[in-house]
Every structure is written in structure tokens, then in C-alpha cells.
Unconditional design. Structure first.
Length: 426
């Protein structure tokens, strides 16, 4: 679908086949970010989220991917870092046994700690002063950066000078400025204690690259600050929200909650340790996760791309400079692909042999050169967190009815309505 906003051409991709054609097969022409003066003041064309698609970005994405997914930092592989944090997360749940509390907030704190262990080199107590200030900035930035603000200022940058956008912009910039100062504190501490023979985390690994004599390197102080800020911000809210949707789905479909609990217990016992290698033997668990991601992805539209040159796709000409949007909801509920697409049915992801089938028609993490760099890490966290919860606890709403799957907040991410839950040990 193509539309025009002011002088801006906008194309919306709403099927997986077209998405593959544009973002995968023609990815080199559609992997730039749509130019935005507003985003430039926040990201300075650095980091990886909003940077230009060029050699510099490819180098940075490779560096981050290695740091997140390989055993290159502090002698712990990614699964160990997740499992270590889940231990503290489960202890927190046990302390809440039978009492109403906000699980969404706990998810955000815990998954942020997983990233902290990789980026900053340690996990933090949930009431640590620096960690609380970081989380305050994260929550404030995400609250302000909803599509009702970001889309207008991207299409019409001048609106930041008129109410109510002027006020929101001021608050957002103040929050990002405080966030950057806190990140810089951590970076300065690392520089003061840096030891090239003991690379503790991603910040140390970045400093190591900075010290190499390459005057054309993309590794510099500004890039480091913005990169750390991005890693602490974007990936944690998305994963935390996806976990919250899994809990809402489990409360709405308690029969599936019980099936998943039984499947896990039958495999590893009541006190066994859940591992990523168990996924192939837990088809119900994996199908439930995939169906929840299908019906409740964390965003209706992914971050805007831009056509770097005029390209013809399926007979349609997309002019250079066109904003290209990916309609995740349309792809995930395409009636040509999904039978009865609005119905929640994890069985659609299980074949006749009873095995889980990974779908090629889901795009929650986008695709192509600009696919979410934390996709594998996010999928691992979803499986391990949700599986551990179902192994040990039954989750219920603190009201007579759980929040509806159709009820959601539309902010930076598409999230469930605020609610308290009650966890009870099996």
C-alpha cells in the first residue's frame, strides 16, 4: 500500500512475500533509515538503531552480535548469563507467592539485568541506586516515545516547536540527556580500571577496539555512549513486553498453562534445570510462545526504512527517498497464510508428528540486513523465562478476569494493559 503524507511518499509492506522481496532480496536498497532531524539530535547518526546503512554500521553490528551471542565476554556464554539472572528472578517470585504485584515491572528489571551483565559486566540488585536511575530513564523515555509522538515528528519535524509536541520533546531530550550521563559514568569507571588482559564486558571490548591505531575506525567515545544507551533501552522493553504478553495469554488459556507445566515436568522433573537444548522436546511450550508472538507482536509498525534508490518491486515503482514501513500485524494475520487468523491456536505450529514447526511467516524481529540484532538472545530469554515460570508457578490475575488479549497500550511498544498478578507455587 502506498500513501503520501505531505511531501513524503510512504509505502507499507503488509505480506511476508513482499517483505522478503523488499527487505531480504533487495535489502541493500531498503536498509537505510528514513532521515529524521529529530532522531539525528538524539542518535547523532551513531549507535546501530538509527545509523546510516554503510560499512561503519556493518562493523558495529558485527561487534555487537559477537558480544551478545558468543562466549567472548567474562567467560560466560549467553545462556549462563540468562540462567544466572533467572535464579534471582525466581527468588523474587517466591517472595511474592500469593500476593498481588506488577509482574511487568519485574520483567523489565530482570531482562535489563541480563543485558547489564553483558554490557556493564555485572548484574545489579533491583534497588541499586545507579540501576534504579537507569531504569527510571528507560521507563520515562519509553513512555514519551510513543508512535503518536514519533511518527508526526518524523514526517513533519517542525511540529516539535508547537504544543503538545514541544513539551514532549523537551521532556524526552532531558530524559535522554540524563540517561547519557549515567551511561558515561559506567564508561568512565571502565576506562579507569581497564585491563587489556581481562576483558570483562562489552564496554571493555569496545575500549580495546578504540585503543587500536586505526584513525578511520568507527569505535570512538560518542559511538560507545550511544551504543550502550541503545542496548540498555530498546531490547529490554521489547523482551519484557513479550514476556508480559505470554503471561496474559497463559492467564486467558489456563488449560495451555497446565499442559506446558506438565510437559516441562515430564521432561526434567520438578527441580530440573531448564536448558535451551530442551526446546526440541517441548513442542507445546514453543508453539505457545510462537502463537503469542504471532497475535501479539510488540509493535504494529517497525522502525521506518528508506529507499536509497528508485526500485521496481512486483510491478510497482518505489521512488528513492520513500519511507518504507513494515506492518507486522497485517503480516501475522494475513488470511492467505493463516487459517482463522484472529483465533489463538498454538496447535497451528505443531505438525502431524507432534513436533514444533518454526514459521517462516512471522516477522516480529523484521528481516534482512536490518533484522533485530538481538533476535536470538530475545528468543532464548522468552523460552527460558516463560519455561521457568510455568515449571514452578501458576499465574493468575488478581481480579475476577484476566486482562483481555485484545486490550493493549500503544506506546513505544504494543503492551498489555497494566494489571497485577498472583503467582502460586505448583
Amino acid at each position: 500500500m502506498g500513501v503520501k503524507f505531505g511531501s513524503t511518499n510512504v509505502v507499507v509492506l503488509s505480506s511476508q512475500s513482499v517483505l522478503n522481496e523488499v527487505f531480504v532480496k533487495r535489502g541493500a536498497h531498503f536498509s537505510s533509515r528514513f532521515p529524521s532531524p529529530y532522531f539525528n539530535q538524539v542518535f547523532c547518526n551513531r549507535g546501530i538503531f538509527n545509523a546510516d546503512y554503510d560499512h561503519r554500521l556493518k562493523v558495529q553490528r558485527k561487534f555487537v552480535h559477537q558480544g551478545l551471542h558468543r562466549n567472548l565476554i567474562n567467560n560466560k556464554n549467553p545462556e549462563d548469563r540468562i540462567s544466572e539472572e533467572i535464579h534471582y528472578f525466581l527468588e523474587e517470585l517466591r517472595s511474592k507467592n500469593g500476593k498481588p504485584f506488577d509482574l511487568n515491572r519485574l520483567f523489565l528489571l530482570s531482562v535489563t539485568n541480563v543485558i547489564c551483565s553483558t554490557v556493564v559486566g555485572k548484574r545489579f540488585d533491583y534497588d541499586d541506586a545507579w540501576f534504579k536511575r537507569i531504569m527510571g530513564c528507560v521507563m520515562e523515555s519509553l513512555k514519551l516515545a510513543g508512535p503518536q509522538f514519533l511518527l508526526p515528528v518524523t514526517l513533519f519535524p517542525w511540529v516539535v516547536h508547537i504544543p503538545p509536541f514541544r513539551r514532549i520533546n523537551k521532556q524526552f531530550v532531558e530524559s535522554v540527556t540524563e540517561f547519557s550521563a549515567l551511561v558515561q559514568e559506567a564508561i568512565d569507571d571502565h576506562k579507569a580500571s581497564y585491563d587489556e588482559n581481562n576483558i570483562r564486558d562489552l564496554i571493555d571490548a569496545f575500549i580495546c577496539e578504540m585503543k587500536k591505531e586505526n584513525h578511520h575506525s568507527s569505535f570512538d567515545d560518542l559511538q560507545l555512549c550511544i551504543l550502550v544507551r541503545e542496548l540498555l533501552l530498546a531490547g529490554n522493553e521489547t523482551t519484557g513486553t513479550q514476556l508480559s504478553w505470554l503471561i496474559v495469554a497463559a492467564m486467558n488459556y489456563p488449560e495451555w498453562h497446565d499442559k506446558i507445566h506438565k510437559e516441562i515436568i515430564d521432561l526434567i522433573g520438578e527441580n530440573g534445570s531448564l536448558k535451551l537444548d530442551h526446546r526440541r522436546q517441548l513442542p507445546l511450550t514453543c508453539a505457545f510462545i510462537q502463537e503469542t508472538l504471532r497475535l501479539r507482536p510488540i509493535g504494529s509498525l517497525n522502525a521506518p526504512h528508506s529507499a536509497s534508490e528508485t526500485v521496481t518491486v512486483n510491478g510497482y515503482t518505489i521512488p528513492a527517498g520513500t519511507m518504507v514501513l513494515h506492518n507486522v500485524f497485517a503480516v501475522h494475520t494475513d488470511p492467505k497464510v493463516w487459517k482463522d487468523p484472529e483465533r489463538f491456536d498454538p496447535n497451528r505450529h505443531i505438525n502431524d508428528s507432534g513436533n514444533f514447526v518454526i514459521s517462516n511467516n512471522l516477522s516480529a524481529f523484521s528481516c534482512g540486513p536490518r533484522q533485530c540484532i538481538g533476535k536470538t538472545l530475545a528468543e532464548n530469554k522468552l523460552f527460558l523465562y516463560f519455561g521457568n515460570i510455568c515449571q514452578y508457578f501458576r499465574v493468575k490475575s488478581d481480579s475476577s478476569k484476566p486482562p483481555a488479549m485484545s486490550a493493549a497500550n500503544s506506546g513505544f511498544v504494543f503492551s498489555p494493559k497494566r494489571h497485577n498478578v498472583i503467582v502460586q507455587s505448583y
